[in-house]
Design a protein around this ligand. Structure first.
Ligand code: AMP
Length: 446
């Protein structure tokens, strides 16, 4: 399916070409037509799936097509998002996709001076992107009105509820006309989101893009703890292995992608870089070379790599650790497809350790670390550590109880103490418990 199949008008298609998007992502394929048709929508998708364009494009088209309800510009679309970062990102998307539409938008969020935001509002906007707190603030000060809203979007609704925004959302909803189109996006759909959706949406279309299975079983993952200055050498060394038949190397920035590809070329390893600054032709050429097998190594920034669907990628290298754990899952999902096995190898500098921890938290597994001699060391996950800590804590409490009630004839739940891996053996611990008990008893008697 192509963007031209989705019923979008030329000013939007032109903006999409400017963005160099080739094909719509799955959420865009599913959501654009029903939103254009005016239906409510429950979208289960996380950031990184292209969901912003999935709602922004059809909304822009709907607002373009309708005559304004009043002479003055009034807010006809309200998008609520949990954080200022997300709100700013959504506003940027509206700016990009709406650049040929003549529609106006602005973004408001807390933590900054409200005056520039108020000035933008009083100049009149068609689309407002807002975090709940600042929105309520300015509503309270009568700096804006939501009485003309025709389309309401709640983005990352699950996160908004997690952050305790439900009462704020309800207060905002009370000021939005009940006759409107409502779109609710959420990465997860727990019961409270279902409940909210059933309250807010009428007869919604449901679209869902399954997140790629975290850390697919078919992908063998490992991490090198390596400093930045050694990453290029390590990459070259690993790429010389003939087992690496087709590889993507991910960098965090466009310049990084260029640099790595150039150095690989100088080291005699054929590689192409692909990123958003490349012309459409250069990107198509790079992809064709990679698909056909002429180019063994593709060096990509995350955005350029979206939608890359090439079979039989044997290796994914994370030259830089992604700063969002979800991105890691997306990246490694490029290999190990359709039952094939793949390898995902990450390079983690000491400054990137927090990213590694986030990834391990999300995937629930500890990435085996490759030691200098090439062997792997697997360590327990954070969850396993927590469990172990809680077992140790319970064991300590039992010991403490034994101390204050040493003559209790019941043996207590000492059996599972054997699962505690650290500390003294059971017999030693019992003996010590008895001694301590005696000491405290005599102390008590003194
Ligand atoms: P989102 O999930 O909306 O945060 O989008 C994630 C990223 O994907 C953004 O950087 C978009 O610019 C990009 N993107 C959205 N749609 C497409 C597409 N059809 N093709 C390529 N990139 C896209």
């Amino acid at each position: 399916m192509e963007f031209t199949d989705l019923g979008l008008v030329e000013p939007l298609l032109r903006a999409i070409r400017d963005e160099r998007y080739v094909d719509p992502t799955p959420i865009q394929q599913q959501a654009i037509a029903p939103v254009l048709a005016g239906q409510d929508l429950l979208g289960c998708a996380q950031t990184g799936t292209g969901k912003t364009a999935a709602f922004a494009l059809p909304i822009l088209q709907r607002l373009m097509g309708q005559s304004k309800t009043t002479n003055r510009r009034a807010i006809r679309c309200l998008v609520m998002a949990p954080t200022r970062e997300l709100a700013a990102q959504i506003a940027e998307s509206f700016a990009a996709y709406g650049r040929y539409t003549g529609l106006r938008h602005t973004v408001i969020f807390g933590g900054v001076n409200q005056n520039p935001q108020c000035r933008a509002l009083s100049a009149g906007v068609d689309i407002l992107v807002a975090t709940p707190g600042r929105l309520l603030d300015l509503l309270g000060q009568r700096k804006l009105s939501l009485g003309s809203v025709e389309v309401l979007v709640l983005d990352e609704a699950d996160r908004m509820l997690d952050m305790g925004f439900l009462p704020d959302i309800r207060r905002v909803l009370a000021q939005v006309p009940p006759r409107r189109q409502t779109l609710l996006f959420s990465a997860t759909v727990p019961t409270d989101i279902r409940k909210l959706a059933s309250e807010l949406l009428s007869n919604p279309v449901q679209v869902s893009v399954a997140p790629e299975a975290p850390a697919a079983e078919t992908v063998a993952q490992s991490v090198y703890l390596v400093e930045k200055s050694h990453k290029q050498d390590l990459l070259q060394q690993l790429l010389r292995d003939r087992q690496v038949s087709r590889a993507i190397v991910f960098t965090r920035t466009k310049h990084g992608a260029d640099r790595v590809a150039q150095k690989l070329g100088r080291a005699g390893i054929e590689a192409q870089a692909i990123h958003g600054n490349k012309s459409q032709n250069a990107r198509v050429r790079a992809m064709e070379g990679f698909r056909s097998g002429r180019t063994r190594v593709l060096v990509a920034s995350d955005i350029a790599a979206r939608g890359i669907d090439v079979a039989e990628i044997s290796h994914v290298f994370n030259f830089d650790m992604p700063n969002e754990a979800e991105t890691y899952v997306h990246r490694i999902g490029r290999t190990g497809r359709a039952g094939a096995t793949g390898m995902a190898i990450s390079f983690c500098g000491s400054d990137e350790r927090p990213y590694l921890r986030d990834i391990e938290k999300l995937t629930g597994q500890r990435l085996p670390v490759v030691k200098a001699d090439g062997t792997l060391v697997a360590e327990p996950t954070e969850a396993q550590r927590d469990q172990r800590r809680s077992q140790q804590h319970q064991a300590q409490q039992r010991q403490h109880q034994q101390r204050i009630a040493p003559r209790d004839p019941s043996p207590g739940p000492a059996q599972d103490e054997s699962t505690v891996s650290q500390g003294p053996t059971r017999r030693r611990r019992r003996r010590r418990g008895r001694n301590t008990g005696q000491r405290s008893l005599s102390a008590g008697a003194a």
